[in-house]
Design a protein. Structure first.
Length: 224
């Protein structure tokens, strides 16, 4: 094979790689979610989840918790987080993210993206209520936990709305049976201040140190 042909092959492969990357970058949010849901479906078809397991649902804060299933392996935890979602998206995908499972406990985290996109505390809570009642109808024996919206440098400007949402979620869940509210907001503060080591450079997503706080706080509810 001569030098010219080698160059042609190399250039062709490079162009194909660039085209593939461009397609991936140009995927819509909806298409990315579809890919993630299909990935989860395939995982479940290969290794069906245990009945009575622990199901985690939510946005990127859940999906990025890479050690989650290992952290709670004894309880057969499964991570079904989907980055970029809001409470309404979780509700819209409920048949695919909730129905396939028969968990003993369900942990839900949403709100970061909702608030950043202008959703009010009342509207977020309203959608959560609809989601809660749906889960209760489908999984009557499951304990449902809602995790408070976490503090973060990237969301400090939304602090009033964030705290109001947490307040409304806690108020609603406290009136329900077989349910609980998990406060991760306050445990992530030290002397009332944010801890930089808990956050990645984007000042929103958590580091291993941040997830260690979550592990300790949420672990108490898993082991109840």
């Amino acid at each position: 094979m001569n030098y010219f042909k080698i160059n042609i092959i190399f250039i062709t492969m490079l162009l194909l790689l660039i085209a593939k990357n461009n397609v991936a970058q140009n995927l819509t949010q909806q298409q990315k979610w579809e890919q993630k849901l299909e990935k989860y479906r395939k995982q479940d078809s290969i290794k069906p989840p245990h009945s009575g397991n622990i199901l985690f649902l939510g946005s990127s804060t859940i999906e990025n918790w890479k050690a989650l299933e290992h952290d709670f392996a004894e309880k057969k935890a499964i991570n079904r987080g989907v980055s970029g979602t809001k409470m309404i998206d979780l509700f819209n995908y409920k048949e695919r993210l909730i129905d396939p499972y028969n968990p003993a406990k369900i942990f839900i985290y949403e709100g970061d993206n909702d608030i950043a996109l202008g959703w009010s505390a009342d509207s977020i809570t309203k959608v959560f209520k609809e989601l809660f009642y749906y889960i209760r109808s489908k999984k009557p024996d499951a304990t449902i936990y809602v995790i408070s919206i976490k503090p973060s440098p990237a969301r400090e400007k939304h602090i009033v709305k964030l705290l109001k949402t947490n307040e409304l979620l806690e108020q609603f869940i406290s009136e329900q049976k077989n349910a609980g509210y998990i406060d991760v907001y306050n445990p992530m503060l030290v002397s009332g201040k944010l801890v930089p080591a808990y956050y990645r450079p984007d000042n929103l997503h958590l580091t291993e140190e941040g997830y260690e706080v979550w592990k300790q706080v949420i672990g108490a509810y898993i082991n109840q």
